[in-house]
Ligand binder design. Sequence first.
Ligand SMILES: NC(=O)c1ccc[n+]([C@@H]2O[C@H](COP(=O)([O-])OP(=O)(O)OC[C@H]3O[C@@H](n4cnc5c(N)ncnc54)[C@H](O)[C@@H]3O)[C@@H](O)[C@H]2O)c1
Length: 272
Amino acid sequence: MTEKGGALFGYTDLYGGYDGGQAQYVRVPYADYGPRIVPDHLTDEQVLFLTDIFPTGYSGIDWGEVKGGETVAIFGSGPVGIMAAKSAWLRGAARVVVVDTLQYRLEKAKATAHCETILWDNDAKDVVAQIRDMTGGRGADVCVEAVGFEPDRNLIDRAKAVINLEKGSPKVLEACMSAVRRGGIVSVLGVYPTTYDNFPIGQFFDKGIILKGGQAPAHKHIDTLLNYVAEGKVQLDDIITHRLPLTEVSHAYDIFKRRVDDCVKVVLDPWK
Ligand SMILES: NC(=O)c1ccc[n+]([C@@H]2O[C@H](COP(=O)([O-])OP(=O)(O)OC[C@H]3O[C@@H](n4cnc5c(N)ncnc54)[C@H](O)[C@@H]3O)[C@@H](O)[C@H]2O)c1
């Protein structure tokens, strides 16, 4: 056990060294605590994302204290960002805007989460300006960071990281802090593993930004979210783009990592 004060399945020795679930069989410790009984009328694919990305996306919105009427900007249109967009509607957001560098991912967000979209084409300033334009100059009430420490980066960003001995870049988090309104909430779902120089602490203080984030507390939300699925209030399996057998796991990770073949979410089926 590490000093993290917690353990996660499939997250290497960083969090307890427990294997993940990508196998034909899994031994589940504390089986009276973790698993849930799935109603008979739901298929495996309908509930699959309750184990990670849906509670994660929902946590971003919960940390954002979305109660109804807010403008929510979500950076990252991967599986987590799209789940955050779906969650924002469930919590009564008035507007949901999703930002990404890839048009095909934005198309997926539009089709499955019915949100507005912004293409991060050039630099963060354009995106922030567009969010300000959309909100009468005010900024979004809540910004959700669903990209993490490995955003698309140019050579200068990469060189900066080497000089500062940093892993990746916090540029998307910085954009969230610029795009949020004064007194707004920035909710960080994307993973950041190290410290970063030049973190905009001055902006944090000046705007009175509330910053929350961390590993999503899936158990806190799973029963509520299972009910949403069972009642048909939300659909999750519409983000699946690929269904592959476990024998093709390397190819599956490759297309997801390189974001090719319009890949958004792969389901691995050990019985295929
Ligand atoms: N907090 C948690 O408990 C938790 C749980 C699961 C996943 N995560 C993390 O959430 C993050 C997102 O996960 P995912 O599965 O959706 O990953 P993903 O890599 O599929 O999605 C990230 C998206 O960000 C986009 N992107 C890259 N640079 C960008 C930029 N500059 N501006 C806007 N978008 C940009 C990519 O095109 C991609 O669509 C990852 O860091 C992942 O590790 C956190």
